[in-house]
Write a protein that binds this ligand. Structure first.
Ligand code: MG
Length: 372
């Protein structure tokens, strides 16, 4: 069925307060209506706005008509504008419900195959009371009661005829449809499909949007350092006694270097060499925690927090197992995160290759960053 969407945004929203009506107020950086329109992206859209909001509507770049003094009249204006365009079904939606999901839209369109109308609702689960003068005056049976939402979906000719025949004063389009004798199926609604009504609703909506737009970054790092003369190696911030040392410009902490590069990688910020050039003498012999602290600091300055990291050291000797917990604790301390987000483990390469011949140590690391 060829389906259009009418988004009703002509109200003045007196309960919300503020300089502009709620559907034009900012939500996570753009007008509420821009979110609502985005929820129906790719569908045929028609916006119904107040005559005072023409300029705002033009800025959104979607077709619009101006509405009437009541919600009924505004919906009617939208329906009349769609007549003769070949539309077979229409979804009628409140502009102040910006979080409607594609899944819900899909359920409504599917329901129209079998019913003249379909609308989302949630069964009432809280106990219901009657009240008078601030006191509970009685209870109300909640069986069979629903909280109604939008979009409300209808076969187009039927809802246009129903609106033309209606005397006005309906709460919503389901009431108009039922007054015309149309069957309206109840489709499962969504708790997140909230209608922005009171100022606190904006904070709730922003929290839901933030969850949907979760930004997770993944980076990997790989490093190798060769053995040289010495009596210890630095690995993941821990000084480990060994018959050799590791050769490098800094302290040659191959594990911490791999981890640092994983964080830079997750940020698309190159590697240690970009931020601490080996050609710069001030980093000669530097303790590698400076690099790791810089990388995690850069991540935080961009709004990210470490999700977790996993470092694998590849060597025959020294044995890593006895030091792994201390390494985990030290990396966690440097990055300022819980040790449960840091993994340090080791493997040999079965005596194969340069690590197997004990010419050096390799390290691999993976890190995730999550927008905080
Ligand atoms: Mg290195």
């Amino acid at each position: 069925m060829r389906t259009a969407v009418i988004i009703v945004a002509a109200g003045r929203g007196s309960r919300m307060g503020g300089e502009v009506p709620k559907q034009w107020q900012g939500l996570a950086g753009k007008p509420v209506l821009a979110h609502t329109l985005a929820a129906f992206a790719g569908m045929q859209l028609l916006l119904v706005v107040h005559p005072d909001d023409r300029a705002r509507a033009e800025a959104l770049g979607v077709p619009f008509v101006t509405g009437g003094a009541t919600r009924d009249a505004s919906v009617r204006a939208g329906l009349e504008a769609l007549e003769g365009t070949g539309v077979e079904a229409v979804l009628i939606h409140d502009g102040a419900r910006p979080l409607v999901s594609r899944a819900l839209i899909g359920r409504l369109v599917a329901a129209l195959e079998h019913h003249a109308g379909a609308a989302p609702a949630l069964a009432v689960t809280d106990a219901l009371w009657r009240g008078a003068a601030g006191l509970v005056a009685g209870t109300q049976d909640r069986a069979g009661l629903y909280r109604a939402q939008t979009p409300q979906a209808f076969r187009f000719p039927a809802i246009l005829a129903a609106h033309r025949a209606h005397p006005g004063g309906a709460l919503d389009d389901v009431e108009v449809a039922r007054d015309a004798g149309l069957d309206v199926a109840i489709v499962e609604g969504e708790e997140t499909n909230l209608k922005l009504t009171f100022p606190g609703d904006f904070a709730r909506a922003e929290a839901i949007l933030k969850g949907r737009e979760m930004d997770v970054r993944l980076g990997n790092g790989y490093d190798v350092h060769a053995f040289c003369e010495g009596d210890h190696v630095w690995l993941c911030g821990v000084k480990v006694p060994h018959a050799r040392g590791l050769l490098g410009h800094s302290d040659a902490d191959v594990g911490m270097h791999a981890l640092t590069d994983a964080i830079y990688g997750a940020l698309a910020e190159g590697d240690i060499g970009r931020h601490f050039p080996p050609s710069d003498p001030q980093w000669k012999g530097a303790a590698s925690h400076i690099f790791l602290a810089h990388a995690i600091g850069l991540a935080r300055s961009r709004g990210y927090e470490l999700g977790n990291c996993d470092v694998t050291l590849v060597c025959e000797r020294p044995k890593i197992g006895p030091h792994a917990l201390e390494m985990q604790a030290e990396l966690a301390r440097i990055m300022g995160v819980g040790a449960d987000r840091v993994s340090v483990k080791a493997t040999t390469s079965e005596r194969l290759g340069f690590t197997g011949r004990e010419e050096g140590i390799a390290a691999l690391a993976t890190a995730t960053l999550v927008r905080a």
